[in-house]
Design a protein. Structure first.
Ligand code: F6P
Length: 367
């Protein structure tokens, strides 16, 4: 591109997809590290929308990130840049003159705008969807470095994503609290946690929170095995049970539960509670943890991982390692090719130590 080759002078940062605790820490670290290189740092609001809709409610879509702008944000949830799950520039939803909805590709406009704004590199903080968009833009000539974000922890190239451990803490605390009320009422409690395609949050929070049954998308469940676990506990005088279910879990030979017409996962806790009540013959209550797992302050682990990722992204730009994603591998943060990072999601392997240990502890996985 025209602006490549003259050295780095200006970089931009955006956050795309669902938020995760730690986004602000990445923004702070990348900004401060970028400023200390002598670069100008710009923030883009709402993914790429700040470029396409420069001013919304008098707020500029692209604005300078100064040391002042990122002061005191390491511990804050959300993102000072805003985010969107509907901002794919390759297929933006638009209302057509006849009132119906269609999609338009505005990716060329993004690349042109970056050239016009003389942005030399973009730090794109996102999950699998946002990183795939970043990769496609990189292939169109926009120099990108990706930073992996998702509470689901389902990105293959990195050992962990920031936000995941915070989500596990929130879910573990909730599961722990449900024990006393479940025991008091001699009920089964079904707790639905996030995890569309993978069961990392369910598995880690279920183990730590003392769940009796953990259902994950990787292991299709049988209702009678869940009921059997509930009855077995009953026989040992444990007249309550805690079932933790990932939102994307499904029965063997069946389909996951979706929110009607939206394509979003939802409803598995209600469905299971109804079914367990009938099959196990025990009063059962569903509970959906939802977005509380993504909100609020990141725990120290996620803050540090996020700060390290932000700083590493700037090192990658300085070293010309673009079209890559920063990733935690063992104790080190490395750059891996974006193409590799988005090639496949990281499911829970069935021989994973967590899975094996859960079974040894007598936790049912519903299979
Ligand atoms: O990708 C993270 C995630 O938390 C999923 O587990 C969940 O299905 C999804 O985001 C929900 O996001 P939203 O309601 O913001 O579309």
């Amino acid at each position: 591109m025209a602006y490549v080759g003259r050295g780095i002078r200006r970089i931009a940062i955006n956050t795309g997809g669902g938020d995760a605790p730690g986004l602000n820490a990445v923004i702070r670290a990348a900004t401060l590290a970028g400023l200390s290189e002598g670069w100008e740092v710009l923030g883009i609001r709402r993914g790429y929308m700040g470029v396409l809709e420069p001013d919304v409610d008098g707020e500029p879509g692209v604005f300078p990130l100064t040391a002042q702008a990122v002061r005191g944000i390491t511990h804050l949830g959300g993102t000072i840049l805003g985010t969107t799950t509907r901002g794919n520039p390759f297929g933006l939803e638009v209302r057509k003159p006849d009132g119906t909805w269609g999609k338009v590709d505005r990716s060329d406009e993004i690349v042109e705008s970056f050239q016009r704004l003389e942005i030399d590199a973009l730090v794109a903080i996102g999950g699998d969807g946002s990183l795939a968009i970043a990769h496609a833009l990189h292939r169109k000539g926009l120099p990108v470095i990706g930073v992996p974000k998702t509470i689901d922890n389902d990105l293959r190239a990195t050992d962990v994503t920031f936000g995941f451990q915070t989500a596990v803490e929130v879910a573990t605390d909730a599961i722990g609290r449900l024990h006393s009320t479940a025991e008091a009422h001699q009920r089964v409690m079904v707790v639905q946690v996030m995890g569309r395609h993978t069961g990392w949050i369910a598995l880690e929070s279920g183990m730590a929170g003392g769940a009796d049954v953990i259902l994950i998308p990787e292991v299709p469940y049988y209702l009678d095995r869940i009921a059997e676990k509930v009855r077995e506990r009953e026989r040992h005088g444990r007249r309550f049970s805690i079932v933790v279910v990932a939102e994307g879990a499904s029965p063997a030979g069946g389909q996951p539960s979706y929110v009607d017409g939206s394509g979003r996962y939802g409803g598995i806790a209600d469905r299971l509670a109804d079914e367990i009540e009938v099959v196990a013959g025990k009063e059962t209550r569903p509970m959906v943890l939802g977005h509380i797992q993504r909100g609020g302050s990141p725990i120290a682990y996620d803050r540090n991982l996020a700060l390290r990722f932000g700083a590493a992204a700037v090192r990658c730009i300085r070293e010309g390692s673009l079209g890559t994603m920063v990733a935690l591998q063992g104790a080190d943060v490395r750059a891996v090719p974006l193409a590799e990072a988005i090639s496949e999601i990281k499911r829970v392997p069935l021989d994973n130590d967590l899975v094996v240990s859960a079974r040894q502890l007598g936790i049912s996985l519903g299979d």
